[in-house]
Design a protein around this ligand. Structure first.
Ligand SMILES: C[S@@+](CC[C@H](N)C(=O)[O-])C[C@H]1O[C@@H](n2cnc3c(N)ncnc32)[C@H](O)[C@@H]1O
Length: 181
C-alpha cells in the first residue's frame, strides 16, 4: 500500500483548484469585506510598510484597498501562479519565500489567504512566518480560517501569542494587530 506523505500540502495535488473555486464563489468578496472591517477597527490607520497578500488567486482586492485608503503604499501578492496577470503578483511557491531577499520589506498589512492550516500546514506557516518576520509594530495580520469551530483556534501558536492582539473574529477570517516585536 502507498503511504500518503505527511508533508503534502493541498497545492501538491490540486494546482489551481482553490483559486478557481474562490473566483467562482463569493469568497473573494468576503475577503475584501473582512479586510475593510478590520481596517475600520483601527480607523484605517496603518504604519509605514507595504500591503501583502499570500494566496492572492484571481483577486485584485488589494488594488481596491490601495485606491480607497492607501494610494502611497505598495502592494504585493503571492501565488503559485499569477492568475490575474497583475505586475504586483509574484508567482512562487510560498514555501520557498524566505530564500527571496527582495521580499524582505517592512509590512503594514499582511493577509494570509493560503489554504487552511489542517490541510496545508507548511504553506500556511510559511506565509505566517514571512508576515511575522516583516510586520512592523502597529501592523495588521489577517488570516483566512476554517469556519468549522473544530479548527477555529488551531494552531495555538497563532492564537496564544504575546506579540499579536486579536481584534477581529468572524466566520472565515481572524485579524490581529502587532503590539510588540
Ligand atoms: C483560498 S485561495 C485564495 C483566494 C483569494 N485570496 C481570493 O480572494 O479569491 C488559496 C490560494 O493559495 C494558493 N496557494 C496554495 N498553496 C500555495 C503555495 N504553496 N504557494 C503559493 N500559493 C499557494 C492557491 O493557488 C490559491 O490561489
Amino acid at each position: 500500500m502507498k503511504m500518503k506523505s505527511m508533508y503534502k500540502d493541498r497545492i501538491d495535488t490540486r494546482k489551481d483548484f482553490s483559486a478557481e473555486n474562490c473566483f467562482k464563489s463569493n469568497w473573494t468578496q468576503r475577503v475584501e469585506t473582512s479586510v475593510r472591517n478590520v481596517l475600520k477597527i483601527v480607523n484605517f490607520s496603518l504604519p509605514e510598510g507595504i500591503i501583502v497578500e499570500y494566496g492572492v488567486g484571481y483577486s485584485i482586492n488589494l488594488e481596491k484597498i490601495k485606491a480607497d485608503y492607501y494610494p502611497e503604499k505598495d502592494i504585493l501578492g503571492f501565488d503559485i501562479k499569477n492568475f490575474s496577470g497583475r505586475p504586483w503578483v509574484k508567482d512562487l511557491d510560498v514555501r520557498n519565500i524566505c530564500s527571496y531577499k527582495e521580499f524582505k520589506k517592512p509590512i503594514a498589512l499582511a493577509i494570509n489567504e493560503l489554504p487552511n492550516w489542517h490541510e496545508s500546514y507548511i504553506t500556511k506557516q510559511a506565509g505566517y512566518d514571512h508576515a511575522m518576520n516583516n510586520l512592523v509594530v502597529g501592523g495588521i495580520y489577517i488570516e483566512a480560517r476554517q469556519i468549522n469551530p473544530e479548527f477555529y483556534d488551531y494552531p495555538r501558536h497563532v492564537y496564544e501569542n504575546d506579540t499579536l492582539k486579536k481584534i477581529y473574529v468572524q466566520s472565515g477570517h481572524i485579524g490581529f494587530i502587532k503590539i510588540k516585536d
